[in-house]
Design a protein around this ligand. Structure first.
Ligand code: AP5
Ligand code: MG
Length: 227
């Protein structure tokens, strides 16, 4: 049995940062619904235009569409030995779909809550810069690239800011999180599948704690193996 690692937390908590480290070091694919929809939104189609609008407003994309995209992506070959969900589920309907999917795929769910206090989230999001080539995540306050405005691995690429990383949209995103997503923490906690990490620690300290939790789960169920 393989594992579905669910990264949970508010906008800017560090879900993507930790999911990318897990992908790099453990080999499980990082499936970020936010990244996938930002990619789909680049096309010149009515659907892409809708997604661009919803994402840049900081609202949630419809459950039907998100569920379809996640179902298709997680049934690909590279997910056979487990995968990391970054930014999914975000609603009760999405969580219900994931339960079914886990049964269908013979996987177990382990949720990680990256806990960061509200006051820090605006600095984390407003300071974020991303490489348009590899998706590496930087921050002008906390994780500066070696050369200002340029990715360490892609010197030809100017780092970009996300359209939804501005104060007004950040407030909308935090509102969506409070109303629709935060209640899911209790759902996973009650079913003893949630582990909280202190998201204000250093990146590597958080990573170590996540790895230790997953290793412990793996030992108990004999489910996670390094690929
Ligand atoms: P999405 O892309 O998922 O955005 P989000 O949930 O708002 O989360 P973020 O990506 O902003 O934050 P993160 O937790 O990944 O933080 P990061 O690691 O980058 O979704 C965007 C939109 O897509 C949604 O608003 C919605 O429209 C749509 N969408 C996506 N999924 C959907 C779904 N399931 N249903 C419906 N709609 C959906 O870190 C943030 C910054 O902090 C970085 O600069 C980083 O360098 C820094 N940082 C990270 N960790 C640390 C640390 N420990 N110390 C110091 N700095 C740190
Ligand atoms: Mg992210």
């Amino acid at each position: 049995m393989s594992q579905i690692v669910v990264m949970m937390g508010a906008p800017g908590a560090g879900k993507g940062t930790q999911a990318r480290l897990l992908q790099e070091r453990r080999g499980w694919p990082q499936i970020s619904t936010g990244d996938m929809f930002r990619e789909i939104a680049k096309a010149e189609t009515p659907l892409a235009e809708d997604i661009r609008r919803v994402q840049s407003e900081g609202k949630l994309i419809s459950d039907d569409l998100v569920i379809r995209v996640v179902h298709e992506r997680t049934n690909r070959e590279d997910c056979r030995h487990g995968y990391i969900l970054d930014g999914f589920p975000r609603t009760t309907a999405q969580a219900a779909m994931l339960e079914k999917l886990a049964v269908e795929q013979g996987n177990k769910i382990a949720a990680i809550f990256v806990d960061v206090p509200f006051e820090l989230l605006e600095k984390r999001t407003s300071g974020r810069m991303t490489c348009p080539v590899c998706g590496e995540i930087y921050n002008v306050y906390f994780k500066r690239p070696q050369k200002e405005g340029v990715c360490d691995k892609h010197l030809e690429a100017q780092l970009v800011k996300r359209a939804d990383d501005v104060p007004e949209k950040i407030r909308t995103r935090l509102g969506e999180y409070e109303n629709s997503t935060r209640p899911l923490l209790n759902y996973y906690k009650e079913s003893k599948r949630l582990h909280r990490v202190d998201g204000t620690s250093e990146l590597e300290a958080i990573y170590k704690e996540i790895e230790a939790f997953l290793a412990d789960k793996s030992e108990r169920s004999g489910s996670l193996s390094k690929q």
